[in-house]
Write a protein that binds this ligand. Structure first.
Ligand code: HEM
Length: 377
């Protein structure tokens, strides 16, 4: 890397941040129709602040995507990916908090200017849609209303831009490919998924004995618990059987491929091993991004209900009903929430063979440095 150059022209705060443009960009609609509505400034600034943070999120996502969309991802890249995902998580927390600033505007204040905004709406936030699409939301996964209205509310340039984005692999696709490539499932004679199936069997057989031998259980409760245990066994069996898994996938229970989900389960089970610590950080951050997105949607719909009651939105949707559906439906990494079903307590985990444990560890050991130094002296 070459040395950093010194600046040749003095930098001036106002120019550097282009504050003339930024602070000249708040143009309320209400004065055009009579008196300025005091609250419209807040409405504009809150939305603009969101759009700025969306821009930063997309900036991070672009870098993350560049690193992820490769056949092999070096360990140091995983560290960078995790840090950037964690930055997105922090920004999202701020975005969730900003809703309470918006809520200092009362519904009556909103009515002073709301009608001037028709048909503009959050629907037309291209950056928001870019974030959704980059994370992995496809048109076919959207709710029916959203499917029908998503593209026809946009101008041709925005529509073509988003359609092109949908064509390329999303972050979900990249993560799925990466997880499916996780090595170590088979190491010499050791077949991890056979050992895992045995461990599951031992655990569920022991659980069954506990339920059967519990004298304090009423017969009805015992039956209920045994039935529940049989369901748990079926879920484990389906995870390990390609055909049953495909059926679960077709029924919408999982979106990830079986191989990718198994990879995610493996990372979660052995996340204490040094080699899996960065992958685990990445999975945790993706899970938090999904959770924060859903929390934002939920907070937004609560605010909308408070502001509009059962009125329709300025963009023409049913308002709260539509938004509530997107909260449930528009998830990206929901599978990471369901995979806890397949975790075993650490005490029940199959022990990894010593050479595999070594392969998952960092090689450096202080004694090696000491002996090298002593030979040099
Ligand atoms: C008084 C405050 C707000 C109200 C009453 C409101 C209302 C609505 C309504 C009714 C919709 C559904 C689409 C429609 O028919 O228009 C919507 C969508 C949306 N709003 Fe808001 N909103 C408010 C504030 C915000 C803020 C501060 C943001 C931040 C950027 C925002 C971002 C969005 C986005 C991104 C959508 C599209 C969501 C999707 O299609 O999944 N809204 N909003």
């Amino acid at each position: 890397m070459c040395a950093m150059q010194r600046n040749t022209t003095p930098c001036y705060y106002t120019d550097y941040l282009q504050l003339d443009k930024l602070l000249g960009a708040q143009q309320p609609e209400s004065p055009k129709y009579g008196q300025e509505a005091h609250e419209e400034m807040l409405f504009i600034i809150v939305h603009q602040a969101y759009e700025l943070w969306f821009k930063q999120i997309l900036h991070e996502m672009k870098a993350i995507y560049g690193e992820f969309n490769q056949q092999t991802i070096p360990d140091e890249a995983l560290g960078r990916i995790a840090s950037r995902l964690e930055r997105i998580v922090s920004i999202q927390k701020l975005l969730i908090d900003q809703i309470s600033i918006m809520e200092t505007m009362t519904p009556l204040d909103f009515l002073d200017f709301r009608d001037y905004l028709v048909p503009a709406s959050g629907f037309q936030s291209i950056q928001f849609k870019e974030i959704e699409i980059t994370l992995g939301l496809k048109s076919e996964n959207r709710t029916n209303f959203d499917k029908a209205s998503f593209y026809n509310r946009l101008n041709a340039t925005d529509r073509e831009h988003l359609q092109a984005l949908e064509e390329r692999p999303s972050l979900f696709d990249c993560v799925e490919n990466w997880l499916a490539r996780i090595p170590f499932f088979e190491y010499g004679d050791f077949k991890f998924w056979d050992a895992y199936a045995d461990a599951v069997d031992r655990m569920l057989t022991s659980d069954r004995a506990i339920i059967e031998n519990n004298d304090y259980l009423a017969e009805q409760d015992r039956e209920f618990q045994l039935k529940d245990l049989a369901n748990t066994r079926r879920s484990f069996d389906a995870l390990l059987d390609a055909d049953s898994y495909r059926e679960m996938q077709a029924a919408g229970q999982f979106r990830l491929s079986q191989k990718a989900l198994l990879g995610a389960v493996f990372i979660n089970l052995y996340r204490d091993e040094p080699m899996f610590q960065q992958p685990f950080r990445v999975l945790t951050a993706l899970t938090e991004i999904d959770e924060n997105f859903t929390t934002w949607r939920y907070r937004h719909v609560m605010m909308v209900q408070r502001m509009l009651g059962s009125k329709i939105g300025t963009g023409g949707s049913s308002g709260t009903d539509y938004l509530r559906q997107t909260t449930e439906n528009n998830r990206f990494f929901k599978d990471f929430f369901s995979l806890s079903t397949f975790l075993l307590p650490r005490s029940a985990l199959p022990a990894l063979p010593e050479p595999l444990k070594k392969a998952l560890n960092f090689y450096f050991h202080p004694s090696e440095v000491k002996s090298e130094q002593s030979t040099k002296v």
